[in-house]
Design a protein around this ligand. Structure first.
Ligand SMILES: C[S@@+](CC[C@H](N)C(=O)[O-])C[C@H]1O[C@@H](n2cnc3c(N)ncnc32)[C@H](O)[C@@H]1O
Length: 202
């Protein structure tokens, strides 16, 4: 299955940008830059799994998961134990759940081997409250528009990851000595060229 066919089968009728806009209005945060919406591409997720040295059987987290593109693309590329998305905006969370059901019914049965067994999990809530202790690969695309204070909060949160976990932050990097930098590489997102910063939790 091509990337185009995968996106088309799952997301052709999912309007992430307008769901984000209406969802932010409902919670009175339409002008909050921390909730800026933007989407990954399948190529970006393949790249992220590579720089994070993701392995079969691992647990993947997308912190700020929107309509769940990273969650399903990660499961499509790698036979994971579990692929988890955490999203604050109910409208986006509900769309991600719908996409997840589609993926389980229409895509996953056609895949080979252990990719058929990857569990998808969607959590509605704040990434700063999420339990991520079992994560092997943790991605934050949402930190692209975080300010310094939120980056510090994210860094503190990511320190709760287990030693050996790999973390990929998009655009903005981490500076805590608790993380060793593995690589800084270009990464093509739906909204343009970004930077993927990959770390290992010491
Ligand atoms: C740039 S979008 C990325 C969406 C998805 N990860 C992707 O790559 O296609 C960031 C998402 O993070 C969510 N977000 C931002 N801050 C959050 C927080 N504190 N808790 C949960 N979700 C958050 C936003 O609502 C938005 O949907």
């Amino acid at each position: 299955m091509t990337f185009f066919a995968l996106q088309d089968a799952l997301f052709s009728d999912v309007a992430g940008y307008s769901l984000s806009a209406s969802g932010k209005a409902v919670i009175g945060r339409e002008a909050d830059p921390a909730l800026t919406y933007g989407e990954c591409t399948p190529e970006a997720v393949e790249h992220i799994l590579s720089v994070a040295e993701a392995k079969p059987g691992e647990t993947f987290y997308d912190l700020g998961s929107g309509t769940g593109k990273m969650v399903v693309f990660a499961a499509f590329f790698m036979p994971l134990k579990k692929s988890v998305g955490v999203e604050l905006i109910p409208e986006l969370h509900e769309a991600a759940q719908m996409v997840g059901r589609r993926y389980i019914e229409e895509i996953q049965p056609k895949l080979e081997g252990d990719k058929r067994n990857t569990r998808l999990e969607y959590r509605l809530g704040d990434i700063f409250e999420a339990d991520i202790h079992d994560g092997d690969v943790i991605v934050s695309h949402c930190c692209t528009c975080f300010d310094d204070a939120l980056m510090q909060k994210l860094s503190d949160k990511l320190e709760t990851c287990k030693p050996g976990a790999r973390i990929v932050t998009i655009t903005r990097g981490l500076s805590s000595p608790e993380f060793e930098l593995l690589s800084v590489t270009p990464c093509q997102m739906g909204w343009g060229q970004a930077t993927a910063n990959a770390y290992i939790r010491l």
